[in-house]
Design a protein around this ligand. Structure first.
Ligand code: GDP
Length: 197
């Protein structure tokens, strides 16, 4: 699949205000600074589409981008903001979970993990929650260019081992870099295959 058009549609924090046309939605989530905005821009080849920033927690709302007039990429608020107030964290959490659990259009949730990091409790808990709820998801390891091939493989193996402590099956996994477009064809191919079903 090639992305011909990618347009920002709406940014909001209530699922009632999300698009009502029934098109499928592919949502992206991860801890702030994981590289989510960069990945969305890399996939769509539109530099400023999702806002990239050094400032953790900047994307605070649900952002819908219409792709090829066909499906949506949804940029969700990151989870685990250490620097925001407890109240704000709870508010974000409630927005995220309401969207994920109550949005029938959600076709696949991509959970982003920085490939350099050891399995972190906050990510593992989030992944486990999605598994328990039966939310269709895949894992994307980001920033692959920051590690050698060998180190990247070791990191992914560590993640798999951690997940297999609790699950019999592993979710689909992708390795990406927004610096050099690693994983772009694989991810778009994955979305395309689901869309063709
Ligand atoms: P977000 O908060 O998850 O949206 O993260 P951003 O996309 O804003 O990225 C956070 C930081 O990581 C920025 O400084 C990016 O330039 C950097 N970054 C994101 N993706 C990559 C990548 O694939 N490779 C490298 N080397 N840096 C990346």
């Amino acid at each position: 699949m090639e992305i011909k058009t990618a347009e920002f549609v709406i940014s909001n924090s209530e699922i009632d205000k999300c698009p009502k046309d029934g098109r499928s939605e592919y949502a992206f989530i991860g801890r702030s600074n994981v590289g989510k905005s960069s990945l969305i821009n890399m996939l769509t080849r539109k530099k400023g589409l999702a806002k990239t920033s050094q400032q953790p927690g900047k994307t605070q709302l649900i952002n819908h981008f219409l792709i090829n007039d066909d499906f949506y990429i949804v940029d969700l608020p990151g989870y685990g903001y250490a620097r925001t107030s407890k109240e704000k964290r709870e508010e974000f959490k409630s927005i995220i979970y309401t969207y994920i659990y109550e949005r029938p259009q959600l076709t696949n949730l991509f959970i982003l993990i920085d490939i350099r990091h050891e399995p972190l409790k906050i990510d593992i808990e989030f992944i486990n929650n999605m598994g328990v709820r039966g939310i269709p998801f895949a894992i994307i390891f980001t920033k692959a260019d920051k590690l050698s091939k060998g180190a990247a493989a070791t990191s992914i193996e560590r993640y798999k081992t951690r997940l297999l402590e609790e699950w019999d099956e592993l979710p689909p996994m992708f390795v990406t870099s927004s610096e050099n477009s690693t994983g772009r064809d694989e991810l778009l191919g994955y979305i395309d295959a689901i869309e063709q079903e």
